[in-house]
Design a protein around this ligand. Structure first.
Ligand code: IPD
Ligand code: CA
Ligand code: CA
Length: 256
């Protein structure tokens, strides 16, 4: 199948999902916890995921789907299309700030990653693209970010990296110009794609990094599991996305 056929539909679904999410700001959310008191799910996370899944089933009946809140098909079982969905990424921000959250979809075809989408809901900016297609913010093509060294830029991170000094993270943080924490993997990936930060490191599930990985690699950034294991199986990992220079320095610190 031509990627343009899939692309046109996903963009339509995502902007429609955005309208539904914005409309929910005027309603009372139904909020529940999952693995811990700060791991939230709302009626909107479930509604948006169902909205995407219903459309995928209707348009691509044979597709397999991995969604954060429901379907958990495996990539190896997909004959042709495989979709990875994070309906609302940064649910805590969605609830507390109504800002700094995203919606994400990644598409695999014949087991290969082909398209990634991160929609910054508040700013109405869709970062999208894929292998040999380029990366765009809405209609504008993004240039590859500068290959900054760790010393010369800001690093995004998940809080446990700092609290638990995972993988010598405190030393990594001291080497950088500073650390920033936005509470949404999607927004963090956008910051790296656009050169606002030189990298981001956090423990993530497949739906948190699948879209961002496709876009980052297309822009020449390096995406790795920090323990050196294979990242393609779409499991939960401590993921590092960064410039090539920062990647080298971070690995030096980890392995020292
Ligand atoms: C979470 C956010 C957060 C990251 C967590 C994710 P969710 O996603 O991206 O920034 O640190 O690991 O689970 O649960 O809001 O979709
Ligand atoms: Ca989510
Ligand atoms: Ca997420």
């Amino acid at each position: 199948m031509e990627w343009q056929v899939i692309d046109e539909k996903i963009k339509r679904w995502m902007f429609e999902a955005r309208e539904m999410i914005l409309a929910s700001f005027d309603t009372k959310l139904d909020i529940n916890t999952k693995s811990n008191r700060n791991d939230l799910v709302t009626n909107m996370d479930k509604k948006i995921e169902k909205f995407y899944i219903d459309h995928i089933h209707e348009s691509f009946p044979d597709a397999k789907i991995m969604g954060e809140e429901s379907e958990k098909d495996a990539l190896q079982d997909a004959d042709e299309l495989f979709f990875v969905i994070d309906p609302i990424d940064g649910t805590m921000n969605f609830v507390k700030q109504q800002d700094n959250f995203a919606s994400m979809i990644a598409v695999y075809q014949n087991h290969q990653p082909i398209l990634g989408y991160i929609l910054d809901i508040r700013n109405n900016k869709l970062y999208w693209g894929g292998k040999a297609i380029g990366v765009y913010c809405n209609f504008k093509r993004l240039k590859a970010p500068q290959n900054l060294t760790l010393r010369d830029g800001l690093l995004g991170a998940g809080l446990p990296m700092i609290l638990n000094d995972e993988y010598h993270f405190q030393e990594i943080a001291r080497e950088a110009s500073g650390v920033r924490m936005y509470g949404s993997a999607g927004i963090e990936f956008i910051n790296v794609l656009t050169g606002k930060t030189l990298g981001y490191v956090s423990r993530l599930h497949a739906w948190d990094y699948a879209a961002g990985k496709i876009l980052a690699e297309e822009l020449g950034l390096v995406v790795q599991a920090i323990d050196g294991t294979d990242i393609d199986v779409l499991s939960s990992k401590v993921v590092l996305v960064s410039t090539r220079s920062a990647n080298e320095k971070i690995n030096q610190i980890i392995n020292a």
